[in-house]
Design a protein around this ligand. Structure first.
Ligand code: TZP
Ligand code: MG
Length: 227
């Protein structure tokens, strides 16, 4: 069973105009404590998506600049920075691009390739997430090899085109009863309501808009609230 961080941060290309902006946003999220980022791009062509994904991959693998005295000793000296652990990168929608950019996982919805087709493409090790929007979809996704399920939209959202009907906290509670897989809640989740979503049974909250302004500070606050 995989272990998801409390905050599942989404880097949506719709909110950045250049690859540099995407990287800056991602770096802020990482500085705020994020250990997993999903790359989402609903409008870019395949080449643009792969370029942006590769830039994200390269930057998140890069070690932060070493501070004086670090990295030499076998055991870490007191006060030394923790070793750099690259974040998990999850590709939305596209198994092919997830592989091409050497991402750690792929997330698919109800209109993408089926979970088992994606599993055949990405192999047993990479993480596979599946979006669901109602009890029937949860039941079906629970029988697949998905590593985690997403349920939503929990609350109303402006970040998704033609969103499914809102499921509310009751939808999260019900999903929790239907699956033992790690459960990510998504849709309209903010620092103000995130605790209630975790209380309803989600393991993690996926967020786009409430990270856009001051991503580092917002991520830190999410982690403080959801400790
Ligand atoms: N799937 C269901 S709601 C949603 C997606 C991708 C958008 C979530 O964005 P926000 O801004 O956190 O509501
Ligand atoms: Mg999708």
């Amino acid at each position: 069973m995989i272990l998801l961080p409390r905050l599942y941060a989404i880097v949506d290309a719709a909110f950045s105009s250049t690859p540099e902006e995407i990287v800056t946003f991602a770096e802020e999220l990482l500085a705020g404590g994020c250990t997993l980022l999903q790359y989402r791009n609903k409008s870019g062509n395949s080449r643009v998506m792969l370029e942006q994904a590769l830039v994200l991959r390269r930057h998140s693998r890069a070690k932060p600049a070493p501070s004086a005295g670090s990295g030499q000793a076998l055991s870490l000296p007191k006060g030394a920075p923790a070793p750099h652990v690259p974040p998990k990168l999850i590709m939305n929608d596209r198994a092919d691009l997830g592989l091409a950019a050497e991402f750690d996982g792929v997330h698919v919805g109800q209109d993408d390739l089926s979970p088992e087709s994606v599993r055949r493409i990405i192999g047993p090790e990479r993480w596979l997430g599946v979006s669901t929007h109602n009890p029937e979809q949860i039941q079906a996704a629970d029988r697949t090899s998905a590593d985690y399920l997403a349920i939503g939209p929990v609350f109303s959202t402006l970040s998704k085109d033609k969103p499914d009907p809102v499921v509310g906290l009751d939808g999260v509670r019900r999903a929790r009863q239907q699956t033992r897989k790690p459960l990510v809640a998504i849709g309209g989740i903010t620092r103000a309501n995130a605790a209630s979503v975790i209380e309803a049974g989600a393991d993690s909250v996926a967020v786009i808009s409430d990270l856009l302004r001051e991503p580092r500070k917002s991520a830190e606050e999410f982690f403080r609230i959801l400790r």
